[in-house]
Design a protein around this ligand. Structure first.
Ligand code: UFG
Length: 334
């Protein structure tokens, strides 16, 4: 029997896809989620896709006793930690809530892990930690910074985990810096389904495609990029999930701390994504050019050498497959 993995935030977008990948690969999975930005139905969808069962706890990471109980009741070998608030704009309006939820939640999780001798963790970090001053492509040893409370929680949790390792070299920590996750599982059963009006490009385009929003607002067409719109490194969520499995295998076998980019290494503009999505859904979508969004950078993409070297992992999906799989989920679920 393979190891037992605790997945925090396992009902969320990336967590659910990773849980599928873990179950498909024969791991025992325990999910904890408070459904703050996800739905209970996702759990059944994971069971439906994999034909496998797992334990689930509806619990908040802020509740140390509740989290400790999970470790008391299960022999957890490693943790993949997704749970956290993630909306950049909201974090500017509610900084205290973001710091409390993301940082205190992570500290409680680490405390429970320490108490139970579990010292292996894969953490859901973000390309946002590269801040605004580094040149692309982003390489893992560049200095980190942030422009909003959400980004600072990622920078700080990375630092906390580095310090935990310094205090005890038996820890094994993987800090996965995601670029822009999009797409959905091929089954169309799970995908990204944010509450309210989406902040991110793909779910926003999806809402336009199904007629729930009138048009896409393109935030700036005067960037120094090939077509003037912002360029990002979009990565299929299933590639991201397989990257987590590689990171998990790595932490199960090595001690230490490694920050690793999970991206494709290729940039696509807002118009590239829009036109690819139009091909997927078979219709033209209305858009309007708007002023730049505060805090956005022109271009963001990964140097992916370290993931290849350390994990033997690289992204497999191209943009058209990402938007096609995204549309397959959106048309049935939005
Ligand atoms: N964009 C639009 N219109 C929209 C939404 C987005 O034109 O309605 C543009 C943005 O200006 C940007 C691109 O589409 O050029 C991507 O924007 P997203 O909001 O989808 O993603 P970001 O790159 O801003 O942010 C994402 C995650 C963050 C993470 C960051 C890491 O949302 O959590 O990537 O770089 F921190």
């Amino acid at each position: 029997m393979k190891e037992t993995i605790l997945v925090t935030g396992g009902a969320g977008f990336i967590g659910s896809h990773t849980a599928v990948e873990l179950l498909d690969s024969g791991y025992s999975v325990v999910i904890v989620d408070n459904f703050s930005n996800s739905k209970p139905e996702v759990l059944d969808k994971i069971r439906q896709i994999t034909g496998k069962d797992f334990k689930f706890y509806e619990e908040d990471l802020l509740n140390l006793d509740g989290i400790s109980k999970i470790f008391d009741e299960n022999k957890i070998d490693a943790v993949i930690h997704f749970a956290g608030l993630k909306a950049v704009g909201e974090s500017v309006e509610k900084p205290v809530e973001y710091y409390h939820n993301n940082i205190t939640g992570s500290l409680m999780l680490i405390k429970a892990m320490k108490k139970h001798g579990c010292k292996k963790i894969v953490f859901s970090s973000s390309a946002t930690v590269y801040g605004v001053n580094n040149p692309v492509p982003f390489v893992e040893d560049m200095p980190t910074s942030a422009t909003n409370p959400y980004g600072y929680t990622k920078v700080m949790i990375e630092q906390i985990l580095r310090d935990v390792y310094v205090s005890d070299n038996e820890w094994s920590v993987s800090l996965l810096r995601y670029f822009n996750p999009i797409g959905a599982h091929k089954s169309g059963l799970i995908g990204e389904d944010p509450n309210g009006i989406p902040n991110n490009l793909l779910p926003y385009i999806g809402k336009v495609a199904v007629g729930q929003l009138p048009q896409l607002n393109v935030f700036g067409d005067d960037y120094v990029t090939p077509d003037g719109t912002g360029v990002r490194d979009y990565i299929h969520v299933c590639d991201l999930a397989s990257g987590h499995l590689c990171a998990l295998k790595y932490v199960l076998e090595h001690n230490g701390v490694e920050a690793v980019n999970l991206g494709t290494g290729k940039g696509s503009s807002v118009f590239d994504v829009l036109h690819s999505f139009e091909k997927a859904c078979g219709k033209e979508l209305p858009y309007e050019i708007k002023p730049r969004r505060a805090g956005d950078i022109a271009t963001c993409y990964a140097n992916t050498d370290k993931a290849k070297r350390l994990f033997g992992w690289e992204a497999k999906y191209f943009l058209d497959e990402m938007t096609a799989d995204g549309w397959n989920f959106i048309k049935n679920n939005f």
